[in-house]
Design a protein around this ligand. Structure first.
Ligand code: CP3
Length: 341
């Protein structure tokens, strides 16, 4: 069993720095594209055999130190009553977005069994992994989920999301509370199905001011981490554009704090505190650079981690669909070799 990843989450010594990549199963891999040619994104997610198969694709090809279950952060929104579509070429769309008080009220606080296909996929992926590397479960954080639910898809300025926050704070908190309860139950079920760590993706929370994060987001995220503490698995708290709120993210919770590439890793870690592990923080676009340049940037990150216990190497955000696959393999090798203790 390769348990470097779990050891680093617990800030224990490791033989070299563990690495995994967000979105490591996806379109940059021909194995994934072949399967996607035959099945829709939602079919892949909802068929446990297929989801488990996709989860293992990057593990079979690269010496990664963790697998992440194949699913999507938006699946719980569908189970709560929103009409979700992964539209070809334009990303996710929600056809009946949440705009008014009545829309928030009609959202069902599901207990999680509606998403049992994810639990089944986790069981099958664990069996197929056979202890080779640990399996990570995940969910979207309330703010990032709320942004999709309200905007009806991706957004640039989050005008509708922030408008609800500023104009109808009661309604906003009601929505966030519903999402936080659903996410807590969903992650608990993933852990019970066999997820050995969980990551909370607050991908877009960096669009908020520090003051708004504290008032409108932090208490809800805190509830999730508090509610899952006794499950006893490491929890990763990830966001992008979060340089100004890293301390608050730490306060909200997580054994490991995800760091994007906009800040030096050593500065981020000093802000977060050395009683937490950190994950990051290579710019995903670095993987398009010549190998020597990739190596220089990996070395810089490892130097900034300074051999401390509790660094998990990752990209600062998900790997991009057009990433050259041989650079992915080379980067993983460099990370392991350059970090050997
Ligand atoms: O990391 C993994 O390998 C596990 C799988 C995973 C997916 N989505 C599969 C996926 C994970 C962890 C996610 C998380 C996710 N989904 C996030 C948070 C992480 C982040 O990138 O910020 C967000 C914001 C989403 C919502 C989402 N799903 C978007 C914006 C898109 C469209 C953009 C895109 O890349 O196409 C998706 C679709 C999606 N989710 C794909 C995959 C592999 C592409 C679907 C396809 O094959 O066409």
């Amino acid at each position: 069993m390769n348990d470097r990843f779990l050891k680093a989450c617990r800030r224990e010594p490791v033989d070299c720095t563990p690495v995994w990549f967000m979105r490591q199963a996806g379109r940059y891999m021909s194995e994934y594209r072949s399967l996607r040619a035959k099945h829709s994104m939602l079919d892949l997610c909802k068929t446990p055999e297929l989801a488990a198969q996709v989860t293992l694709q990057p593990i079979d090809r690269f010496p990664l130190d963790a697998a992440i279950i194949f699913a999507d952060i938006l699946l719980p929104l569908e189970a709560m009553g929103l009409d979700l579509e992964f539209a070809e070429g334009e990303g996710p769309v929600i056809h009946n977005p949440v705009r008014e008080r009545a829309d928030v009220e009609r959202l069902t606080v599901i207990d999680g069994h509606e998403l049992d296909y994810v639990g089944q996929a986790i069981r099958q992926a664990r069996r197929a992994l056979d202890g080779k590397v640990p399996l990570i479960g995940f969910a979207g954080a309330p703010f990032t989920l709320a942004s999709y639910a309200i905007e009806g898809g991706g957004s640039r300025n989050y005008v509708l999301t922030k408008s609800m926050m500023y104009r109808e704070p009661d309604n906003w908190h009601k929505l966030m509370d519903k999402l936080a309860r659903v996410v807590t139950g969903y992650l608990r079920r993933q852990i019970q199905a066999g997820a050995q760590a969980v990551q909370l993706f607050d991908s877009w929370v960096g669009c908020l001011s520090a003051g708004d994060y504290a008032e409108y987001v932090l208490p809800h995220v805190q509830m999730i981490f508090e509610g899952l503490k006794r499950e006893g698995v490491p929890m990763i708290h990830f966001g992008t554009g979060t340089t100004a709120i890293l301390r608050q993210m730490r306060e909200a919770g997580g054994d490991v704090i995800g760091v994007d590439w906009r800040i030096h890793l050593d500065e981020a870690w000093a802000m977060i505190g050395y009683d937490r592990a950190v994950q990051g923080n290579l710019d995903p676009v670095t993987l398009y650079a010549p190998l020597l340049e990739i190596e220089r940037r990996i070395e810089d990150i490892l130097n900034r981690a300074d051999g401390r216990n509790g660094h998990i190497f990752n990209l600062g955000h998900g790997i991009l669909p057009t990433t050259p696959i041989d650079h992915v393999a080379a980067a993983i090798d460099m990370i392991h070799k350059l970090s050997q203790r």
